[in-house]
Design a protein around this ligand. Structure first.
Ligand SMILES: Cc1cc2nc3c(=O)[nH]c(=O)nc-3n(C[C@H](O)[C@H](O)[C@H](O)COP(=O)(O)O)c2cc1C
Length: 158
């Protein structure tokens, strides 16, 4: 059973979480990168994505350059964007065939998860397990205890 971390991060919350998972278990890790960089203006991105996310927007992403056939499980770390996965993660889920894999979704957010997990399941047809919603207050994880607990039990999950 081999696991891969796949993450996207715009303002670094999800990057930190992906790094903590990797530091603990040494899983292979790959970052989803857009071909065109997003604006550094947070509010601009917030506003434009409000219209784009419901339209199933899929920005171009770089090739992830990894053989997904080598992995049974994907720990998918995404920020929540307008109650779903971040648009670059939406592209990833549409681009790569994941259907025989299990996905462990990790969604960082400001408290409004929406249909993020349901959408991942619907889009991929994958088995979903051990999902975790991590609320951030700006760039501070609200419940570090909950995350540590989840992290410590990650290898035991079936
Ligand atoms: C475009 C955009 C849309 C967002 N939509 C939501 C949302 O629907 N619900 C929520 O709780 N937080 C939302 N947020 C806040 C982020 O999910 C949260 O800050 C997350 O931890 C950011 O992860 P990152 O730093 O890895 O990019 C949104 C942020 C952005 C930039």
């Amino acid at each position: 059973m081999k696991r891969l971390i796949v993450f996207y991060s715009y303002s670094n919350n999800t990057r930190g979480i992906a790094k903590e998972i990797q530091d603990k278990y040494n899983y292979d890790c790959v970052e989803i990168k857009t071909k065109e960089a997003y604006s550094e203006d947070y509010n601009l991105v917030l506003q434009s994505e409000e219209k784009l996310v419901p339209m199933d927007y899929q920005p171009d992403i770089e090739d992830i350059n990894i053989d997904l056939n080598l992995y049974d499980e994907i720990i998918l770390c995404t920020p929540v964007w307008w109650y779903s996965v971040a648009s670059p993660v939406n592209t990833f889920l549409h681009t790569y065939i994941l259907k025989d894999k299990t996905i462990i979704p990790v969604a960082t957010n400001g408290g409004w998860l929406g249909r993020t997990f349901e959408n991942i399941e619907k889009l991929t047809g994958c088995k979903i397990k051990n999902s975790i919603s991590l609320k951030f207050d700006e760039n501070r994880l609200v419940s570090t205890y909950e995350f540590e607990d989840w992290l410590n039990n990650l290898e035991e999950s079936d």
